[in-house]
Design a protein. Sequence first.
Length: 305
Amino acid sequence: MEKIQLKVPATIANLVCGFDILGMAMNEPFDEMEFRLLEEPKIIINHTDSFGLPTEPEKNVAGVVILKILEYLNLNLGVEVSIHKNIKPGSGLGSSAASAAGAAFGLNKLLGNPLSEKELVHFAMYGEELASGVRHADNIAPCIYGGITLVKSSDPIDIIPLSSPNLYVAAVHPQVEVKTSDARQILKKHIQLKDAVTQWGNVAGLVAGILKNDHALIGRSMNDVIVEPVRSILIPKFDMIKTRSLELGALGGGISGSGPSIFMLSENETVAQNIVEMMKAEFTSIGIESLVYVSKINNEGIKLI
Ligand code: HSE
């Protein structure tokens, strides 16, 4: 196989109450990646976007994943990767996971699929570790498997793909910077048992709602008494946007990953469109530009194009 091209989806981690364990793939936005094997043992990374990400393989999210896979398979060959990111770094929409998962998936395809999906998750987590200092798989898993996934455990890796409800995602990315590492740093290290009990109820309710395709249960389970109260202070207008989204008909939603993006789920496209218009207007009113997306849940994950 000479060359392959991929479409790599944005993902929403946590799904509000499932910190580091739940995630969902979207149709929009997505990155494009192109891979070519080289006879010379070197890794070339080209960025065709304007984000100025590093191109040295050891400092690049895709680069470290490729290095680890080549080392594991004991292969002395090279790879050229061209990356066009539409998922902005630092958006909370799984930008680093897209590069990491795309690199693992793309190289595996070029090599004739020597690795299982579970192994792809394992190697892609090296990219997440480089980006945020933590090996979490809640963006990587839905990026690779598609739909909504549960990371039952990341060590050892145990991924449970869940069924995908037929829902719309409304997402806004306000142009303020929130680094995942900072958004993790501020979290409390200890939680109250009563909060844990509430959160367990919500996570279990959300998973049950997804499996039963019970939209009302999904909506009332998307509550977070542990992470959101701390992180939401980093996002201007968060509380107001959440309240207004629910008034406009959202089932529920909250911070996307570590923010600053906010997402809401709804049963129909018109509601999702109304929500993103409101979100954009709220940020514009305080002088913050934003990007908005309306998308179905993406059931396919990374796709060859
Ligand atoms: N689960 C991670 C977090 C996702 O919330 O920090 C980061 O993209």
